[in-house]
Design a binder for this molecule. Structure first.
Ligand code: FEO
Length: 169
């Protein structure tokens, strides 16, 4: 049976993952309105990844005899009005998520739950990939500046991203 304090940390993080899914839905819609279909695809993959992250924690908490407590998801607010600013927001958001997963790990360490630590190792590694992926797009957007042709080339590139269901844990 999982420690109650750790179950609470997981429940809070499940809410953060579902909020991430919701935020990326909002960003996907932003790019749909700009008709940048490659960016739309990139955010569609992001949406699916966040759902998988949330489901992974829901299933884990359930497997460990913890009570899953789904909470209200905040209204997503996009900070910024250009593709570059949107991606700056994505990076800030992923850094925030990383800090929250580190917090869940801190609690798992505090209550000496080795099984949870093992699971959380996966999420910590996943965050390294998430931040690197976002930073890559962001660096390209900075190079592009106001060059519309180059933006369309990046859009083509982002259209090739595919979702691969993660094996969590
Ligand atoms: Fe589930 Fe993008 O962190």
């Amino acid at each position: 049976m999982i420690d109650e304090k750790l179950a609470e940390a997981f429940n809070d993080q499940i809410n953060k993952e579902l909020y991430s899914e919701y935020l990326y839905h909002a960003m996907k819609i932003y790019f749909q309105e700009l008709n940048l279909q490659g960016f739309v695809n990139w955010f569609d993959v992001q949406v699916q990844e966040e759902r998988a992250h949330a489901v992974g924690m829901i299933n884990y908490l359930n497997d460990r005899g913890g009570k899953v407590d789904l909470r209200a998801i905040d209204k997503p607010v996009i900070e910024g009005s250009t593709p570059l600013e949107v991606f700056e927001h994505v990076l800030r958001h992923e850094e925030f998520v990383t800090s929250r997963i580190n917090h869940v790990m801190d609690v798992a360490e505090e209550v000496r739950d080795r099984a949870a630590m093992h699971l959380l190792d996966w999420y910590i590694k996943e965050q390294v990939e998430e931040e690197a992926n976002v930073s890559g797009v962001l660096a390209t957007l900075r190079l592009i500046g106001d060059d519309k042709k180059a933006l369309l080339m990046l859009d083509k590139d982002l259209a090739t991203r595919t979702f691969v269901a993660p094996v969590i844990g």
